[in-house]
Design a protein around this ligand. Structure first.
Ligand code: ADP
Length: 185
């Protein structure tokens, strides 16, 4: 009897693990491409942890961790299926600690593939039970990445097509001297 009870507990835990995924990234800032991955990820997973990664020794991001998390919260609202967290360190340790077993990532071009392939293999080597799941970018967001969005914003180009309005506002605040050029990017 006791053994059966333990078995069923383990199975329940395993099922819960399978229902959630960690979506890690720098999100500096969150773009429509990220939002698309989160929304589509929610059709596969019941819960997604959007994990803002940071390296305490590198201060090269435009937005602080707190600012990035706040923007994500503004964009996703209070959807109980989405948790927002930050981390520094080994991703697989976070995945284990958070009782999930899956890393969700997005793929744009072939250049993403090579990097993501290496990352997935090293993560699996470090923790055999951690799987990576990839979603292809939505065709509208193929060219959309945080670096390009920041560069365009710094040069005064309109980035409204690539980021949620709250992010666009925050980018304009970061680059107040730039006059928005309304011609097409
Ligand atoms: P970026 O590469 O834009 O700086 P991140 O490091 O925050 O973004 O990326 C986190 C994850 O989101 C990565 O798996 C990345 O490939 C994915 N991602 C970023 N932008 C897009 C997009 N436009 N479409 C699909 N996936 C994306």
């Amino acid at each position: 009897m006791e053994i059966r009870y333990c078995l069923s507990l383990d199975q329940t835990e395993g099922n819960d693990m399978k229902k959630s995924a960690v979506y890690p990234g720098s999100f500096d800032p969150i773009t429509n491409g990220h939002v698309d991955i989160i929304n589509r990820g929610l059709s596969i997973f019941e819960k997604i942890i959007v994990l803002v990664g940071y390296n305490p020794n590198k201060l090269s991001t435009l937005f602080s961790v707190e600012e990035r998390m706040a923007m994500i919260r503004d964009v996703v609202g209070d959807d109980p299926r989405i948790k927002i967290d930050s981390f520094s360190g080994l991703l697989v340790d976070y995945v284990k600690r958070s009782n999930t077993c899956c890393i969700l990532r997005g793929l744009r071009a072939m250049s993403d593939f090579e990097y993501e392939f290496q990352l997935a293999l090293i993560n699996r080597k470090l923790r055999k039970s951690v799987e990576s799941v990839f979603l292809m970018t939505g065709s509208r967001w193929f060219y959309c990445n945080s670096s390009i969005v920041k560069e365009a914003a710094a040069l005064g180009e309109s980035i409204d097509d690539f980021v949620p309005s709250v992010v666009s506002k925050r980018l304009k605040e970061k680059f107040p001297d730039m006059k928005i050029n309304n011609s097409e990017i």
